[in-house]
Design a binder for this molecule. Structure first.
Ligand code: PLP
Length: 353
């Protein structure tokens, strides 16, 4: 149990004291009535579906269905316009521009640093070990009185591996003057359990997930953030009032009627991942395929640049990570369908080495 943690001392004071915008849908939450409060068009929409009404600002129905799927209470859920919105709001909630800092562990997801940069928040970097795990001692040593967020991406992008739970626990236990965000965008592709079920015992823990990867809903732009009710209340206070559009909410409700559908698709991706990893590893152009707990493979080539160019010429697009620390000569390759993976392999066979 983490007794020293005091969230209200970590939230920026002006945000703690902020009176949020009160939307029309905040002030009257009933569903029946003659709605003349929000300056909507009473005659309908210019498209065939009726989208003339503002959506639920807190997405209550979605959270009611999502909570049991994730083993959390509805009040512990925030939905954002992509997880990227949650990343930005977390930084703005706790980091004072020009004063506070965050710790990230490269190579990792780029948005933590970009969001911090937009908000004029300093970024401290503690590189992962050569096997892409956390150097826990160094991370804990890097904490200073102005450190407000430690970002852990597990499974990590672009390396693909899950982070050892003992390291995450050590950081949760060793950092009580800020929050620890575990980004689980790829949680559906690993056998490691999610940290969502550990929120009550770790008040400094925030977990991020997304509908963009396993759920196949990247275009809806909806990310999930799980934390204490107190911190979720702060995010709700500072988010744009109607941050999840009505069409997205409708489709998310449909997705959550049948959450089992995700596991079928995940199973297909995991099968393809295994086949693809084995076949790529057999290519003479390839030095190493790193173990993956996600829906992509990090692959080290003899010459990543020529592999990348060859693939692009054949209109096969992968992600060049060769300029990223510890990822020299590496490409990040999303697991595709069987046919896409075969096309990729055929093309790779033509790469000079
Ligand atoms: C893809 C990804 C996200 C996701 O983003 P959305 O904004 O929800 O689409 C977040 N974190 C990591 C590590 C990712 O790779």
């Amino acid at each position: 149990m983490n007794n020293q943690f005091n969230l209200s001392g970590i939230i920026r004071p002006h945000i703690r004291d902020l009176v949020p915008y009160s939307s029309a849908r905040d002030e009257y939450t009933g569903k029946e009535g003659i709605f003349l409060d929000a300056n909507e068009n009473p005659f309908g929409s210019v498209v065939s579906s009726p989208f003339n009404r503002y959506p639920d600002p807190y997405q209550q129905e979605i959270k009611q269905l999502l909570a049991p799927v994730k083993g959390v209470r509805p009040g512990q859920i925030f939905l954002g316009n992509g997880s990227d919105e949650a990343i930005d709001l977390l930084i703005r909630a706790v980091c004072r521009p020009g004063i506070d800092n965050i710790i990230i562990m490269p190579p990792t997801y780029g948005m933590y640093e970009v969001s911090a940069g937009i908000n004029d928040v300093h970024v401290k970097k503690v590189t992962l070990t050569r096997d892409f795990q956390i150097d826990t001692g160094k991370v804990l040593e890097s904490i200073d009185p102005n450190t407000k967020i430690i970002w852990i991406c597990s499974p990590n992008n672009p390396t693909g591996n899950a982070i050892n739970p003992e390291s995450i626990q050590a950081i949760l236990g060793g950092f009580t003057t800020g929050i620890v965000v575990v980004d689980e965008a790829y949680i559906d592709f690993t056998s490691q359990p999610s940290w969502t079920t550990r929120l009550d015992e770790n008040p400094n823990l925030v977990v991020i997930q997304t509908f963009s990867k396993a759920w196949g809903l990247a275009s809806l732009r909806t990310g999930m953030c799980f934390a204490s009710e107190e911190l979720i209340g702060i995010l709700n206070k500072i988010k744009p009032p109607y941050n999840i559009g009505g069409p997205s909410q409708l489709l998310l409700l449909e997705a959550l009627q049948n959450p089992g559908a995700v596991s079928g698709m995940v199973q297909d991706i995991l099968e393809q991942r295994q086949v693809l990893a084995k076949k790529i590893a057999g290519l003479p152009q390839v030095l190493k395929v790193y173990p993956s707990d996600s829906n992509f493979l990090l692959v080290r080539f003899r010459d990543a640049r020529s592999a990348m160019k060859h693939l692009i010429d054949e209109k096969i697009i992968v992600r060049d990570r060769s300029k990223v620390v510890l990822c020299e000569d590496c490409l990040r390759i999303t697991v595709g369908t069987a046919a896409e993976n075969e096309a990729l392999l055929e093309s790779l066979k033509g790469v000079r080495y």
